[in-house]
Design a binder for this molecule. Structure first.
Ligand SMILES: [Zn+2]
Length: 235
């Protein structure tokens, strides 16, 4: 009889465990923590204003990611070297990386997301100035680690520290999100972007007043960090 009771207990325990584990694992497992290195390019003296704004931007990142992924400042660097943000973006599109190498070689530290702060300029055609970009792989995300640190970078305009939403948008790209207009209808639906209200205020649009990710986007970025950016996570 005692034997039967223990079997029932074990069954009950297994049942409870199997019912509860997906829920509790999702909610109580420690959020992945990504480390951030900031590089103040073209600066040789301490830029108090930029440093203060970096702190505010990290705080805003953590607020908008709602604990699904966490971000921590690792190191701050200052370096006299500089290249203009739009120039690096043109290089990226044209797949030339000599200027990037000139900028990062000798100063870049591995094992964190390397965020380069640069000056930008307004193009002569009257378009808005570029505020940031993130080199990404369109597929084969498992090879991020083999390619490290080439795809562990983000380039931001100093000006982008003011509004704070650029870093959040770029982090979305870093963790696998696309712009809504690049997505197929299934993905739009899976990520909860299939209503105008969600869409207009979403961080992955270019709209001026953005202030949210959907729960599905947060879930996907957390999953992406654990699968494909594991080598950058704080252990
Ligand atoms: Zn974008």
């Amino acid at each position: 009889m005692a034997g039967l009771t223990s079997i029932i207990y074990i069954l009950l325990f297994n049942l409870l465990f199997s019912v509860e584990s997906p829920w509790s694992a999702e909610n109580t497992a420690a959020a992945p923590v990504l480390k951030l290195n900031f590089y103040l390019m073209g600066r040789e003296d301490v830029d108090q204003e930029a440093i203060l704004k970096i702190g505010e931007n990290i705080e805003y990142l953590n607020q908008e990611f709602e604990g699904s992924v966490k971000f921590e400042l690792n190191q701050l660097f200052m370096d006299y070297k500089h290249e203009f943000l739009p120039k690096l973006y043109t290089d990226y599109i044209e797949k030339t990386d000599a200027n990037v190498h000139q900028l990062v070689d000798g100063i870049e530290e591995e094992g964190a997301i390397n965020i380069y702060l640069l000056e930008t300029f307004t193009p002569s055609n009257g378009d808005q100035s570029l505020m940031g970009f993130t080199p990404i792989l369109r597929g084969m995300h498992r090879t991020y680690e083999d390619n490290s640190p080439s795809f562990d970078r983000m380039f931001l305009a100093y000006k982008a520290l003011r509004a704070k939403s650029t870093i959040v948008h770029e982090m979305g790209h870093f963790l696998g999100l696309s712009h809504p207009w690049e997505m197929n209808s299934l993905d739009i639906e899976l990520l909860g972007l299939n209503n105008t209200q969600e869409m207009t205020r979403n961080h992955m649009t270019y709209n001026p007043d953005v202030d949210k990710f959907t729960p599905a986007q947060l879930h996907r970025m957390r999953d992406f960090a654990k699968r494909f950016r594991k080598y950058l996570l704080k252990t």
